[in-house]
Design a protein around this ligand. Structure first.
Ligand code: SF4
Length: 278
């Protein structure tokens, strides 16, 4: 386990630049959208105000990445970043909220749950550095959305075309379980994602029931027409959401978690089939 002093000497595995853990905004981490001057949301009301005022996804990414509005999650993500897992003890950890990743002009959104403690919370990029990402990006590559099948670390050259990956909650939660209050505090970031994407938005893939519920709840908050009774989550479930003159297809998928992929509950073929419908 690395000490706080050790952290100052740890190098990013690809860029080899030195970073503290957690990473200070604007210090050169690959893909860091923020600067030292990016406004920081400290409470829920500031999340709402800053999200509503974000003029584009670049600004939204920056604001998300410095957010500190959930004290329990901030303490957890930063504690994990300092403590590290033994396998990654020589690496600096991002340890901040994880911004969305992908094509800023995407017609397709993928809605995940939250960053993994030693995956995205370490690498600073959605679904990057763990088994879940191996599955998701390999499938996106097979479908033509991703420039490469692997996603090991920010700065590896991966590009997405036509897809942007967002999440219900942006900070790694203990036991992968954000509280209802934390989900509500983080919701305005997701709402703004959907609003900004809407002019081009064709479909959304919800990973797991939490992603499904988060997408439906965001759509309702934005005044979109959501079928009643509430569409039930399942692998391959589908709901049509109407926003003005646009109809957005919401497709459900079992989450790409190790629990699902190791047990065969989710197979590559099943994932390919739902991605083909986006
Ligand atoms: S979970 Fe969301 S609202 Fe809470 S601190 Fe992280 S980014 Fe901010």
């Amino acid at each position: 386990m690395a000490s706080a002093d050790d952290d100052a000497t740890l190098r990013h595995p690809l860029s080899e630049a030195v970073f503290s853990s957690p990473v200070a905004p604007g210090t050169g981490w690959p893909g860091d959208p923020a600067t030292a001057a990016t406004p920081v949301a400290e409470v829920a009301a500031q999340v709402r105000a800053l999200a509503a005022g974000a003029s584009g996804v670049g600004e939204l990414d920056a604001l998300v990445s410095v957010c500190r509005a959930c004290p329990r999650l901030v303490a957890w993500r930063e504690g994990v970043a300092r403590g590290k897992r033994a396998a990654f003890a020589a690496q600096p950890y991002w340890g901040r909220a994880v911004p969305s990743f992908g094509d800023p002009d995407a017609a397709v959104l993928i809605v995940g749950l939250a960053p993994a403690a030693h995956g995205a919370n370490r690498t600073g990029r959605m679904f990057t550095g763990d088994r879940s990402g191996d599955w998701l990006y390999a499938a996106l590559h097979r479908a033509g959305y991703a420039s490469q099948p692997t996603s090991v670390h920010a700065g590896d050259g991966l590009r997405l075309a036509g897809v942007r990956i967002v999440a219900a909650v942006r900070c790694a939660p203990p036991d992968n379980k954000p509280t209802p209050l934390e989900r509500g505090t983080c919701a305005p970031w997701l709402d703004r994602e959907l609003q900004l994407a809407l002019p081009r938005l064709r479909s959304m893939l919800a990973l797991g029931s939490i992603g499904w519920d988060a997408a439906l709840a965001a759509a309702r908050r934005l005044g979109w027409t959501v079928p009643r009774p509430k569409p039930r989550f399942g692998h391959g479930a589908e709901a049509l959401l109407v926003a003005g003159d646009r109809t957005v297809r919401l497709v459900g998928s079992y989450h790409v978690s190790q629990q699902n992929t190791f047990t065969g509950k989710l197979t590559e073929r099943m994932l390919d089939e739902v991605i083909d419908r986006l």
